[in-house]
Structures are given as structure tokens and as C-alpha cells.
Design a binder for this molecule. Sequence first.
Ligand SMILES: Cc1cc2nc3c(=O)[nH]c(=O)nc-3n(C[C@H](O)[C@H](O)[C@H](O)COP(=O)(O)OP(=O)(O)OC[C@H]3O[C@@H](n4cnc5c(N)ncnc54)[C@H](O)[C@@H]3O)c2cc1C
Length: 429
Amino acid sequence: MTPKICEHYPGSYYVATADRMHDYPALMGARRADVCVIGGGFTGLSAALNLAEHGMDVVLLEAERVGYGASGRCGGLIGSGQRKDVLETEQLFGYERSRQLWDFAEAAKTEIRSRIAKHDIRCDLQKGQLVGIHKKRHVGWARRLTDALADRYDYPHTRAVGRDEVREFVATDDFFAGLYDSEAATLHPLNYTLGLARAAGAAGVTICERSRVLSYTKSDPAIVTTADGSVDANFVVLACNGYLGRLEPRVAGKIMPINNFMIATEPLGEERARQLINGRFGVHDTRFVVDYFRLSNDHRLLFGGGENYRRGFPRDIGAFVRPYMLRLFPQLADVRTEYAWGGTLSVTVNRLPHIGRLPPNLFFAQGYSGHGISIANFAGKVIAEAITGTAGRFDVFAELPVRTFPGGTLLRYPGMVLGMLYYSLKDRL
Ligand SMILES: Cc1cc2nc3c(=O)[nH]c(=O)nc-3n(C[C@H](O)[C@H](O)[C@H](O)COP(=O)(O)OP(=O)(O)OC[C@H]3O[C@@H](n4cnc5c(N)ncnc54)[C@H](O)[C@@H]3O)c2cc1C
């Protein structure tokens, strides 16, 4: 398949299979709105759509194109719970808070499913996720988590899977055991994002692409400025995540942007694809630098692996990711890589999301730490709730402790690189 060339989008498999892409005009001149949302990924679109459904006049400004960021490039795996599992959140916060965070993540899955149904978004939603355990000493974790979820979280949908059964799910010798979650899911992330944008537009949101925000005033109302226009708004929602750059120094030091990379193979044919992965569920492993993969509906392997911690991407992303794929699937040595791309996400020190409010009228959400599909969509919803007067769920997130990266925005990279190298070395031992 020849990659579709779409101005501003990276040449990914998702862009090549995008459904009903729409051009939204750039902001021109001065506008007035109740809320100005900055960023057209899951967070920004979800906030904008939920706000418009509450009757608010919303302008969304996206620097490039809707879904240009991580939302249109990611692995498409919708996990259950937060990035930290409930065994960890219970230890950190106690059962009650841990349960709230779990329930929010469940509500996040429901939000995505109901948006897909309500707006008829064709994004290849599939059920199921397998976690492949890559170290023998982690095997007991699957049983402990399964028991905790069934006993204390009313979630009977995971089960621990032994080595032989894992091998029936996925043709790799890399996994000692696994955890199968029948209510986790996968989707085509760009098509979901484009569908959310269509729904937001239909609900009355003014979406402006190619409208990079250069600055905003810390005043009430705020004046948000792009090269060709401005929006005068009572509230600002900052939804730039890994692409935030220097726009908001008050929150930039809480996140570390990380580049993560994916490839799509040539079509494997139905039979070979099925022999590789026995279903359309998503898979990720337990490595610190996680490998994640699934089959596309045209029988390719979509594989994510490898990351870097600097501003640029590797020159040859395909060559960078392939060794990760071949470590798990040496039998794919003869298979061509047809697409390779990367994107930028952001992580926090404790891998929990950073969601909050800055005076006088700015809301933000970022740092989903690789668990962004569900939590970013939900963050947009709870920000909309807070702006329209119901801050209960927003406050729970806003109270989560989030430390600044040592060294702040200037010096966080060297420390992070050392930390990441240490943990990826541990992965290999
Ligand atoms: C390769 C990869 C694989 C991933 N896989 C998964 C996965 O399988 N499951 C999962 O749950 N998560 C995954 N993630 C993480 C997930 O994609 C993100 O957490 C999520 O998409 C964040 O959504 P967002 O809307 O907050 O940010 P983004 O989607 O990154 O959107 C931010 C937007 O803000 C815009 N912007 C930035 N600055 C400005 C400005 N000044 N003015 C206007 N607009 C601006 C950007 O152009 C961008 O479009 C992955 C991420 C990557 C990169």
C-alpha cells in the first residue's frame, strides 16, 4: 500500500488507513468564547466535546492537525486501571483512593465505548489484552492482581495464564506467563480521534487547525494568541501533553517528554497472522521500556518498541524498532516493514497523571505515562465537569501528588536518561 501523503501528519499506517479526514480552517482574527482549548488530541477533543454538550461556546486551537500528536500515532491499547496497577495504588494511597482511581479508569473505558457508539466512530474497536510476563520472578504478579481485582474491585475479567497457554495466544518464547484481560480493548487511534473531532464539530465546537498558540494572558478573561488571531475566553484548557514545549513553564517541569516508536509490517496474510497472534486482542509485555503489539484488520503486525529521550527521532525508525520485534518474533525476519513512525508522550515521576488548575482560569491534564487513551479521554471529561461546576472527580485527580523532575525543564534529561538506561538494563538481566 502506498502511504497517503497528508500534509502535517507523519507517514504512519494510521494515516494511510484514516477514515474521513477533514480540514478545519485556521483561526483568523479575534474571537470570543466561553472556553479555549489548546491541543487537538484525546484530552483537548474530549474536553471540548463534553463542554459543548454542556452548552458552552468552545474554540479548540490545534498547532498542526487534529490527531497530529500522540493520539493519532499511538499503539491503540486501552488498558484497564491506571498506569500503576491496584496493588501499587493501594500501597501508595490505601484502598479507598485506589478504588476511586480504578473506578475512574473503568468510567474512562465506558466513555470511549459510548462515544464510539453514540457518534458512530469507525475505529475498529476490539476486545481483549494480554500482558506477557518476561521474567520468571514476576509470574506470581498475575495471580495476585487477578485475585485483588476480583475480590476487592468487582472486576472478574482478568485471569492468570500459564506458559503453555500464553504460547497459544502469541507465538513467542519470550513470555513465562501472562495476564489476560477480556474487558481491555484496542482501537485505531487516529480514526477514533478524527471521529471525536467530527462529534465535537457537530456539537458546536469551532476547531481551528494550523493554529499554534503562541501565548496567553494570565487574566480573566484570558486572551489566547496565534499568529493570525486571538480568542478571548473565560477558561483555557491546556491539552498539549508531550508537545507542550515552553508554552506553560508552571507545569512543564512535572512531565518528561519521551519519544516512542512503532512499525507496521507488510500484510502477513490471514493464516500467518493468526499463527502469530491468535486473535485481535492487544499485547504488551512487562518490560520497563514496554513492547506492545497487535494485528491490524488487514493482518499486519503493528509493533511498538524502543524509545528515546531527546528532541529528535532516529533517522531510520524502522531499523530502530525492528530488533525489538525480532527479539520476540525471530520468525518474522523475512517480513518487510511498510510503515515506521514515532510520537511523543509524557511521563510523570510517579507515573500517575498530572491534572489540575492554575490561577486564574487555566485547567490542564498531562503525563499519562503511556496509559493515555483511556485516562486522557477521561481527563477531558472531568475538566469539562469542573468548568461546568461539578469538580468532585476532577479534585480526586488534582490531589494526586506529582513531583517536579529533578533539574526541572533544563536538567531533567540527563537524570532521566541515566534512570531509563538503568531500568532498561534491569529488563535485560
Ligand atoms: C508511539 C506511542 C504509542 C503509545 N501507545 C499507547 C497505547 O497503546 N495505549 C495508551 O493508552 N497510550 C499510548 N500512548 C500514549 C497516548 O497516545 C497519549 O497519552 C495520549 O494520546 C495523549 O493525548 P493528548 O491529547 O493529551 O496529547 P496529544 O495527542 O499528544 O495531543 C497534543 C496536541 O497538542 C498540540 N499542541 C502542542 N502545542 C500546541 C500549541 N502551542 N498550540 C496548539 N496546539 C498545540 C499538538 O500538536 C498535539 O496535537 C502512546 C504514545 C505514543 C507516542
